[in-house]
Design a protein around this ligand. Structure first.
Ligand SMILES: *Cc1c(COP(=O)(O)O)cnc(C)c1O
Length: 461
């Protein structure tokens, strides 16, 4: 019998409001990207057809969340919307102290401002860039410890976001216990490709923290996506719900920071939650002077209402299945075409190895930037280089010290694009594969002293 093709994964929602997007011509886009100095961050969003720049705050809210927006209580103190959010987050985290913030980095600035300082060391599976920046800003050091095998782009492992527990123990000895400020587990591991972390890895690191009385922070921006991977890849979790897995995960932490712009399913918002009363008081003081009063922390009541609803919706099995499978759908189709992708596909994005794709472009001509520009010119698709433009440094002679990899990230906004949009993206790669030898790469003609990828300007070489 002929094998039937698997059933199409249809979106578990229907559309009740539309936002038109504009299809421009290739000639128009050539001009637009040139005017933007070949940097897609500088494009106007209405010149973009499919925007895969980030999954942060770019998702669609549900009808219930929009209803929540209308019901937001804008009282300065003790608003109903705050009480709603606080009760949802208390239940999820099992922590008594809940602080709202305007986004994830505000929670980081407050917590690491208190835990950090000169001479302090933070250890993580991988510090996200705002995490690292907030830690280094206090004078502390941030060290990433991924297992060796996780750094190879093709090795197929279920939990490539894990921390290397053995290396953590060595680091504790090397730096001295009293200098370790905290261990931070990033779930999923954003900077290493949205790769998941296993429950047994988090439990192992909890044990290290218990033995040494160390503070464990979970950066859980994508805690629901991570729970999906645990349920489907880790033994013993098959019969647990996603929410149960997330709760079990968070019970292991001393503190939880979250950008709700990811798995909070909202366009703005963040959280900092704590078990320890004393640290929470210190954080509360910083919250009040920088973010706002403790019952709104830089958010409108309506934002907190939408977040409270989003933090429940995100664990819906149909939603999570669609979320993870639709990201994988893009990655699997690109792989089948011969596009070199980071494997396996993570939760929120597909990463392409641009050095392998544009074999004729040297790293100092930025193969990732070449792919980013070609995707815009050919298809109106916007995405971001995660390679030597973002992470490259110079030596004393002005020669580029390249990044470890030359990747391009296609991040998928939540509940925003349909399968036909994604099929369109897959089709555009036919053009990319056909024309890749023609691109000669780019040179930087302007760059600021730090975070240069946001505002750098390029020319074709
Ligand atoms: C997005 C993100 C942050 C920062 O959150 P913002 O809301 O952008 O300030 C921190 N950590 C991780 C893992 C993230 O993905």
């Amino acid at each position: 019998m002929e094998k039937r093709k698997p059933r199409t994964l249809a979106e578990p929602f229907r559309i009740k409001m539309v936002e038109p997007i504009r299809i421009t011509t290739e000639d128009y886009r050539k001009e637009a990207i040139k005017k933007s100095g070949y940097n897609p961050f500088l494009l106007h969003s209405d010149d973009v057809f499919i925007d895969l720049l980030t999954d942060s705050g770019t998702g669609a809210m549900s009808d219930r969340q929009w209803a929540g927006i209308m019901m937001g209580d804008e009282s300065y103190a003790g608003a109903k919307s705050w009480q709603h959010l606080e009760s949802v987050v208390k239940e999820l985290t099992g922590m008594p102290h809940i602080l709202p913030t305007h986004q994830g980095r505000a929670a980081e600035r407050i917590l690491y401002g208190i835990l950090g300082g000169k001479g302090k060391i933070f250890i993580s599976n991988t510090h996200f860039d705002t995490t690292r920046a907030n830690i280094e800003f206090t004078g502390a050091t941030a060290i990433d410890v991924l297992p060796e095998e996780a750094t190879h782009s093709e090795i197929d492992l279920p939990f490539k976001g894990n921390i290397d527990v053995g290396k953590v123990k060595t680091l504790i000895q090397e730096h001295g216990l009293s200098n370790i400020a905290a261990i931070i587990m990033t779930l999923t591991n954003n900077s290493s490709g949205g790769q998941p972390v296993s429950m047994s890895n988090i439990k192992a690191i909890r044990e290290v923290c218990d033995e040494n009385k160390l503070f464990l922070v979970i950066d859980g921006c994508r805690i629901a996506e991570n729970s999906y991977f645990i349920k489907h890849r880790e033994q013993g979790y098959e019969n647990k719900t996603y929410e149960e897995i997330a709760k079990e995960t968070l019970r292991l932490a001393d503190a939880f920071v979250m950008s709700a712009k990811k798995d909070g399913l909202v366009n703005i918002g963040g959280l900092l939650t704590l078990r320890d009363e004393k640290i929470s008081q210190q954080c509360t003081n910083l919250l009040i002077i920088s973010e706002g009063f403790t019952t709104y922390g830089g958010l409108a009541g309506r934002d907190m209402e939408a977040m409270a609803i989003g933090l429940k919706e995100v664990f819906d099995p149909d939603y999570l299945h669609y979320r993870i499978r639709s990201t994988a759908y893009l990655g699997e189709h690109l792989k089948a075409k011969g596009v070199p992708v980071v494997w396996p596909i993570g939760g929120h994005a597909v990463y392409i190895d641009a050095k392998k794709l544009y074999k004729n472009i040297l790293v100092d001509q930025y193969p990732g930037q070449a792919l980013v520009c070609d995707l815009y010119i050919k298809g109106g698709i916007r995405c971001v280089e995660v390679g030597s433009v973002m992470f490259g440094k110079y030596d004393d002679n002005g020669k580029l010290i390249p990044a470890k990899n030359e990747l391009v990230r296609l991040a998928i906004p939540r509940r925003t694009y349909t399968q036909s949009h994604i099929d369109y993206v897959i089709d555009v790669f036919d053009d990319i594969l056909e024309m890749k030898e023609k691109n000669k790469g780019y040179k930087i003609v302007y760059e600021p002293p730090f975070l240069r990828h946001f505002t750098a300007q390029f020319e074709m070489t």
